[in-house]
Write a protein of this length. Sequence first.
Length: 370
Amino acid sequence: MSLQKPTRLLAFAILIATVQATRLSFDRGLCQRPGNEALHGCPKSTLRVGPHAEFQHIQDAIDSISDRPDPFVILVEPGNYTEQLNITRAGSLWLLGVTDSPNDRTKNSVNVIWHNATGTATTGTYDNAYTSTLTIAPTFNASLTGTGPTGFAVPPDTPFGNVDFRTYNLNFINDYLPYAAGPSLALSISYANGGFYYTRFLSYQDTVYVGKLGNAYMYESEVAGQTDFFYGFGTCWITDSLVSLRGCGGGITAWKGTNTRFENKYGIYIHDSVVQKANSSLAIEGQCALGRPWNPQHRSIFANCYLDDSIRASGYIQWSTADPRVNQNTSMAEYRDFEQYAPFESVSEVFQFPSGGFGNTAWIHRHPRA
Ligand SMILES: *[C@@H]1O[C@H](CO)[C@@H](O)[C@H](O)[C@H]1NC(C)=O
Ligand SMILES: *[C@@H]1O[C@H](CO)[C@@H](O)[C@H](O)[C@H]1NC(C)=O
Ligand SMILES: *[C@@H]1O[C@H](CO)[C@@H](O)[C@H](O)[C@H]1NC(C)=O
Ligand SMILES: *[C@@H]1O[C@H](CO)[C@@H](O)[C@H](O)[C@H]1NC(C)=O
Ligand SMILES: *[C@@H]1O[C@H](CO)[C@@H](O)[C@H](O)[C@H]1NC(C)=O
Ligand SMILES: *[C@@H]1O[C@H](CO)[C@@H](O)[C@H](O)[C@H]1NC(C)=O
């Protein structure tokens, strides 16, 4: 008995030290600096990806640690990586792009590029999940969109996936065609928590999918699209970011707030951001809808955002004339300030644990400036 207690205390102290060592020795700006072969400022276990590094493909680095529970950082050198990334591991994983401007997404020099779409005569009609550039989900089935009011029936014994996935200074591009031509995802996240900082997601249709039990937070990031380009079942919070309109189709947002046995606040919350056309040659004045309900439990809020003249006077639209999908459970809002909707005013009030409890926010990097 007398020995056990100190041993346990020591083990606990070592555990704390290890976790802190990973976090404390991390200097993001220094770690991401170009030419940092010695990995100054990075956690010791950091993996490097680049033309002359240990790994040439990002997915190879991810696969090399797939069975390990401990946190990892992967540092990616400038370049174009044509690959799909799948993150199934539960342990923290942060992907960092090399840059001398870690607080400016417009200077990002790492592009992860894929070209795929579905749902048209020329593509075939496989699930949207096959198209995504970046997928974070514990299993392939957990990432499936499916059809009908509640989508694909993910098996009930599916474990939760990544608890703290992050990207900093990366661009994810799905460039199947330069216009909406079927679902063509750049991001797909389900059964996982993901934070995206100084990150760009560029496609035309269904750019960002936040699936079942998916939690996504974006800061100083950009999402570009034309049709229904934020869609899903989970919870997405975007702040201080750019929503770039590459045309208008459907709505900017299209959500399915699926009924659960517990109260849910699934939805898309866009705060303090800019919503505007991608460039001045687009003639789309008054044509873009803030959203349309993918099912009647759709919930979307644009709060304290700048909306340019591309947005139509009605703000939102119904799904279609024949099938409006609007009832008393549909929430489609735009607020000029924060005062008016207390139940949704902070991340701790909307991000839920898989069991339904609120306050699932430990994975959010509150002050990511380097
Ligand atoms: C990546 O591709 C773009 C577009 O093709 C090109 O302009 C750029 O130079 C490429 N970047 C690198 C680092 O090769
Ligand atoms: C897209 O991915 C699917 C599934 O992997 C594949 O069958 C199809 O050929 C791909 N399409 C293109 C245009 O590459
Ligand atoms: C990633 O997932 C997609 C969709 O299931 C699959 O087509 C692709 O082969 C996977 N890629 C890797 C590298 O595992
Ligand atoms: C994924 O779902 C399909 C369709 O429901 C099912 O046939 C398959 O067994 C599932 N795969 C796994 C690994 O659960
Ligand atoms: C403006 O944006 C659209 C949509 O992305 C693109 O097709 C077009 O080439 C862009 N035009 C210019 C001049 O950049
Ligand atoms: C609205 O949601 C509540 C709670 O989930 C449900 O009981 C009710 O049937 C829904 N109303 C409609 C019209 O779907």
